[in-house]
Design a protein around this ligand. Structure first.
Ligand code: 5GP
Ligand code: ZN
Length: 108
């Protein structure tokens, strides 16, 4: 797996720092947000380091598609029928971690 040394999500993917990981395969990893803003708040990420959606390349399309399938899988696993999926792109949008990630947040 490609690992960017200063990237916290690359370190989580590589299990160099701990997380509450729910799922990992060759393309994607799912772990719980350290600062949850919903009863269930997970982050779904491609294993390959890509800073923002603006940097996604054709080689990333399988991982990007898999992220949607994983969102539905996780929602089923956690019995969440309604939820929000959010991808922030860029600092002004509020992106803080520059490794593409999709928030999965349950709604009350
Ligand atoms: P962003 O604003 O970039 O879309 O969201 C980044 C998210 O990553 C935030 O919700 C934040 O709580 C989460 N986060 C930041 N650092 C860590 C970490 O070390 N571990 C985990 N599990 N989540 C993190
Ligand atoms: Zn990264």
């Amino acid at each position: 797996m490609e690992n960017h040394h200063d990237c916290v999500f690359c370190k989580i993917i590589a299990k160099e720092i701990p997380s509450r990981m729910e799922y990992q395969d060759e393309l994607c990893t799912v772990f719980h947000d350290i600062n949850p803003r919903a009863k269930t708040h997970m982050l779904i990420v491609p294993n390959r380091h890509v800073a923002t959606v603006n940097d996604v390349e054709v080689i990333d399309q399988n991982a990007m598609g898999k992220m949607i399938l994983l969102a539905a899988d996780m929602a089923r696993k956690f019995s969440i029928s309604d939820y929000k999926l959010q991808i922030l792109v860029g600092k002004k949008a509020g992106q803080e971690v520059f490794h593409v990630h999709m928030h999965l947040m349950s709604v009350p």
